[in-house]
Design a protein around this ligand. Structure first.
Ligand code: COA
Length: 165
């Protein structure tokens, strides 16, 4: 297995996996715009034959990284591949000196919730009716975050350079 940047020629395989993995998959436009819009990082986890086994899409903000999509092929799940993807995300967050990694998850996605808690994320909020659900219903999102590094709060200074009380 290896991680490499997602390319335009991966979009067909990504969409095929997206449709298998989710009841409400991303649209093709969502995936392609993450490849063309600054700030996004899209990575593919591929086997030795360059077949897609998983992917991850994140968005960098000021002092933070937002995980938007993490998906492992159903037949490859339970082998630690999501952990590999999250380890890479943490590395990326450290390199950009992010303070937090943020994500949203459906409370009904117990597998993903267990994964995130296992990897040090904590629930810090809930967005009401954030996700579409069957029969036209909506489902809340849990907002989770993981601290990457504590940012030092520096006291404001006067023009002469003295720290203010
Ligand atoms: C959620 C998902 C990414 C996990 O991928 P995965 O490769 O199977 O996860 P891993 O094998 O790396 O598992 C890591 C941890 O996740 C949790 N986990 C994995 N499988 C689990 C299961 N069947 N039941 C409960 N927890 C499970 C455990 O905490 C596990 O740690 P452990 O191995 O010490 O028990 C994968 O199931 C998936 O792609 N699901 C569909 C898409 C999705 O829901 N994405 C998340 C959207 S927020």
């Amino acid at each position: 297995m290896k991680l490499r940047p997602m390319l335009m020629q991966d979009v067909d395989a990504v969409m095929a996996l997206e449709i298998r993995a989710y009841a409400f998959p991303w649209t093709r436009d969502h995936v392609t715009s993450s490849l063309t819009t600054p700030g996004y990082t899209a990575l593919c986890l591929v086997n030795d034959a360059d077949q897609l086994c998983g992917y991850q899409i994140s968005l960098s903000g000021v002092d933070e990284l937002h995980l938007l999509n993490i998906t492992v092929a159903p037949e490859q799940q339970g082998r630690g591949l999501a952990r590999t993807l999250l380890a890479e995300l943490l590395e990326q967050a450290k390199q950009q000196r992010a303070e937090f990694i943020w994500l949203e998850v459906r409370p009904s996605n117990t597998r993903a919730c267990a994964l995130y808690e296992h990897e040090g994320f904590e629930t810090v909020g809930r967005r009401r009716g954030y996700y579409p659900a069957p029969q036209g219903q909506r489902e809340d999102a849990l907002v989770m975050r993981r601290q990457v590094m504590a940012h030092r709060v520096t006291a404001p200074r006067t023009e002469a350079g003295h720290a203010l009380d």
